[in-house]
Design a protein around this ligand. Structure first.
Ligand code: SAH
Ligand code: SF4
Ligand code: F3S
Length: 461
């Protein structure tokens, strides 16, 4: 259920093909990683469109191939590299094709990437998105462009019309990370924390609403740390209130929050703002204080528990989802069992579990006490099994209830719609009679009749 953790295809991959003509100014974009990357791809699509390029969904017809990479775990690197291995064939067949690698792996690997794959023309990290068009221009004079870091927070450049279709839009409000979790590469790829001004965000949300979007997801590496380094003095709670005031907007979501950045103002805003949905994604990572400390997470299990208690007192129907890492350095059976106990205690509504993947350049990379792989895999399976059972139980508790969903898909052939409940549960609903189906962006009630661990099913009221 954690949107940030999904290594997904961008909506652009699926939807931005304009037509089937071939000409010299076409681009293909492939996206890996979190929603921040999906959004960066939207920004690049906007810049490319402004510069006169057209999107195609077949890389063999593109004059520019963009691969927007993730590097959070080794698997993410491998996915991007195997994709690049395929895509470079187009470059071999047609030397005029530009092969560009952007995103977090580009930032981390820099020139190494070019050594591995000399066909790559352009290597640019996330902070370089806004320079995409000048960088493409530079390629006409130089064989290869590799730019340095400039960590500002550029304004969103993609007009609503050029974003992916749908009822929900992504809005970056904060970027970068000042924390230093021992396992994590993100501070090295996304730079220090920066926050956009509240009025710029509110303006963007108003434009999105005018263009037909009904939901926004506010994005940040530590979204609830919003405003910490900004001059305006506004907190994340203030931002939620400002976005809540945008007329015509129906729902607000945000991700990812950090336990150390929780505060009372954020919880009050979640309680008092009707558009802010009752869902918090709050990565715990481990239930063992010893491991939390080695991870350098900056909180204890007791502090996490206290925030969850305060949140559940203020917003009783709130859903809580999390991220968990197993097999981190020094994890004993006892530490792992503490994580299992935390899962029983907090009754998460969803969780993403990962096996620790050592990342070059991070403090933990050279620590020698990583558990053997087979032990981590076995723990991972035990954890997933328990989570699946608990989540199914939670979903079963919704049977017989009425859930309000924001319609995100309409399938007239099957007489069915789907969307999310306020708590971010995926809900599929069929019509009871021959009444017309609700439209995209409508909020409708669904009587829940059954469920799986992946979501709820029911009938439209
Ligand atoms: N800023 C967010 C998460 C960003 S990365 C936070 O601090 O919570 C998303 C998730 O990937 C993390 O929550 C963590 O669970 C996982 N992750 C990050 N680095 C990892 C690594 N080296 N190995 C395994 N999982 C990792
Ligand atoms: Fe990575 Fe930790 Fe920053 Fe999250 S808070 S992005 S896990 S360093
Ligand atoms: Fe996101 Fe992956 Fe970068 S998770 S921040 S694209 S390393």
């Amino acid at each position: 259920m954690n949107p940030l953790s999904n290594e997904t295809l961008s909506r652009k991959d699926r939807t931005m093909s304009d037509d089937t003509r071939t000409d010299s100014d076409t681009y293909y974009i492939r996206t890996f990683g979190c929603q921040m990357n999906v959004h960066d791809s939207e920004r690049m699509a906007g810049l490319m469109a402004e510069a006169g390029y057209r999107a195609v969904d077949d890389p063999s017809r593109a004059s520019v191939i963009l691969v927007n990479t993730c590097t959070v775990r080794d698997k993410a690197d491998q996915k991007a590299l195997s994709d690049l291995g395929r895509l470079r064939q187009h470059k071999k067949e047609n030397a005029s094709v530009v092969l560009a690698v952007t995103g977090c792996m580009a930032e981390r690997e820099q020139d190494n990437l070019h050594r591995i794959m000399p066909e790559i023309d352009l290597i640019a990290g996330p902070s370089q998105v806004r320079n995409l068009i000048p960088m493409l221009g530079d390629l006409k004079e130089r064989r290869r462009v590799l730019l340095g870091r400039e960590y500002d927070l550029p304004e969103m450049t993609t007009p609503p019309a050029l974003r992916g279709p749908g009822v929900g839009a992504l809005v970056t409000v904060q970027e970068g990370c000042d924390k230093a979790c021992a396992y994590c590469v993100v501070p090295r790829t996304r730079g220090p924390e920066r926050s956009r001004p509240v009025d710029a965000i509110a303006r963007e949300v108003r434009e999105l609403v005018a263009a037909g979007y009904r939901e926004v997801t506010l994005l940040g590496q530590n979204v609830n740390g919003y405003g910490k380094n900004a001059s305006g003095g506004e907190s994340f709670g203030d931002l939620l209130r400002a976005v809540d005031a945008v007329e015509g907007l129906r729902r607000i979501r945000f991700t990812t929050s950090h336990p150390s950045d929780m505060d009372g103002a954020m919880i009050s805003a979640m309680r008092e703002c009707p558009k802010v949905m009752p869902h918090l994604h709050l990565p715990l990572q481990s239930g063992s204080d010893a491991l939390l400390s080695r991870m350098d997470r900056g909180y204890s299990l007791a502090q996490y528990r206290e925030w969850i208690g305060r949140l559940r007192d203020a917003v009783p129907d709130v859903a809580l989802t999390t991220d968990l890492i197993v097999g981190f350095c020094g994890e004993t059976e006892e530490d792992f069992e503490a994580t299992l106990r935390a899962v029983e205690e907090f009754r998460f509504d969803g969780a993403f579990c990962f096996i620790y993947s050592p990342r070059p350049g991070t403090p933990a990379h050279d620590w020698a006490d990583t558990p053997p792989r087979e032990i981590s895999v076995a723990r991972f399976r035990r954890l997933e099994e328990r989570l699946d059972a608990l989540i199914l139980e939670k979903n079963q508790g919704r049977i017989g209830e009425i859930q309000e969903i924001l319609v995100e898909r309409v399938d007239p052939d099957l007489g069915r719609v789907s969307g999310r409940s306020p708590q971010f549960r995926h809900v599929r609903a069929t019509r009871q009679d021959s009444r017309p189906l609700p439209e995209l962006g409508e909020i409708v009630g669904v009587a829940v009749r059954s469920c799986t661990k992946a979501g709820l099913e029911g009938v439209i009221l």
